[in-house]
Design a protein around this ligand. Sequence first.
Ligand SMILES: Cc1cc2nc3c(=O)[nH]c(=O)nc-3n(C[C@H](O)[C@H](O)[C@H](O)COP(=O)(O)OP(=O)(O)OC[C@H]3O[C@@H](n4cnc5c(N)ncnc54)[C@H](O)[C@@H]3O)c2cc1C
Length: 508
Amino acid sequence: MHPLVAEYIQKTCVLFLLLPSFIWDTVLYFSMLYKYHARKVVDTHKDRVLHVQNQVKNWRVEGKGRKMCTARPSWKSVSQQKLGYKDKMYRVEVELDHVIELNSKDGYVHVEPGVCIGFLNKFLVRQGYTLPVVPELDTLTIGGLVMGGGIESTSHKYGLLHHCCIEYELVTADGSCVTASEENTPDLFFAVPFSYGTLGFLTSVKIKIIPFKPFIKITYRPTYSLEEAMVVFDKETHKGSGNDSVEGIMYNLKEAVIMTGQFVEKEEVEWDLVNNMGHWYKPWFYKHVQTFLEKGKTVEYVPTLHFHQRHNKPCFWLTPLWAPWASSAIGRYLFGWLMPINIQLLKYLRENLLGLDTLDNFVLQDFMLPIQHLEEGIKLSAALTDIWPIWMVPSKLHADNTPVEPRGGKVIYIDLGVYGVSFRKDFRGRDATLRAFEKFTLEHDGYQALYAETLMNFDEFKEMFPPTLYDKVRASLPFCEEAFPNVYQKVSREGRNGVMNLNNKKDN
Ligand SMILES: Cc1cc2nc3c(=O)[nH]c(=O)nc-3n(C[C@H](O)[C@H](O)[C@H](O)COP(=O)(O)OP(=O)(O)OC[C@H]3O[C@@H](n4cnc5c(N)ncnc54)[C@H](O)[C@@H]3O)c2cc1C
């Protein structure tokens, strides 16, 4: 089928996906609540871990030279590429999606890796807590976020999601269940993040929680040149204790809105400035923010849960590609209550029913750059793609006591999110564009998000993600090298396409 015809069919199908999407998300949320409360009566976590252990022990008998991966189907992962490697590997069911315990005394929540971040956050908020870092998009799982990196506009303060984790439970390749913490097994503990499921199967995580404040006071600061945007963004990021949240959206090479926020109690709210931006009929976040380019500096109080979910409905600014009608006033009033479209169901439609490949001029990449290289990164993206808006969110990548120092040292990194379709007449094509981004990121001590497409060769990948600790841990874990591919084998194009030989014997 011609790609443009398939895209047209997809846009039509999306309308019919809204109701199933809504039902799917509602059922999942209530099933999580049910499991949490049922678990208070019967503790089944150990049984589910045992099921993983038994399958891993069977791999030694039945694996026949294949390596292992989770049995989670490709369409459930947000990675845009089909995970072709799964077909050739020994797949282990890691069906663990319960909240095990909320321990307010010691300040953590103990969860299984299949729990989705949006559901977990809603659950915590009901009990008066939240996570220090609440990544966007409700369907991202705790397992995926630990293994692949999870960021939010609070990350300049708390780091990535894994910096808020205090313990991991894993089933390793010999079938044993180990607990990794900074005190007991620091090497394993620090090697798990970004290991992308290649050290063992994650079966539970303990994550720090913080008290929930019901509102956030957001200040929107429009800027009118790239230089001004960089100065304001840098100043607000490095402000010290003042800002709980820092985020920027560049609308073009000149115009941006830099947003900062402080979480506040109800008593501190100025009620005439409240914006319930999460209500179904409200303009989408990035559209709303854009209005401040005309209105000037503005302050709003937004319910914190609405703030956490602000990029959900527009999927940053990707939803208009699938549902161009959805952001209009009529679209919002008629269908807004059914939004967001579940990304997994959309991927199922694309991958399994329409057989759609990504358009050549579609870009969906995140690059983490040391803050001093941000301006250059934006100019590069403008020259290569001219895709707008661009998302900017600062993060600490370093943590106390960690043996893994970021390549750029203890500086703030900025996640530069380039999402959309390039309409540049001189667009070089997806691969050449991605190669140019990768070269720039490598040369400027940056990182490329693992969920996205990687065209780097193995040497370049190792330069970007120095594997010293990772290799040491893989060598120390029993059967790890035979049991799991390395990260590159999972994220490189050949790996994801399933054409790379990942197994210990030649593929048939
Ligand atoms: C449209 C889009 C928007 C995004 N927005 C954000 C955002 O706002 N903030 C953010 O931080 N990130 C964002 N991401 C990136 C996202 O956080 C990462 O891609 C994350 O890894 C995906 O989570 P997932 O649940 O889909 O994981 P998956 O893709 O299913 O898993 C990622 C890897 O972890 C492994 N894994 C998962 N669970 C286990 C387990 N139990 N045991 C062993 N291995 C496991 C998988 O095998 C896989 O290799 C976005 C990505 C996309 C495509």
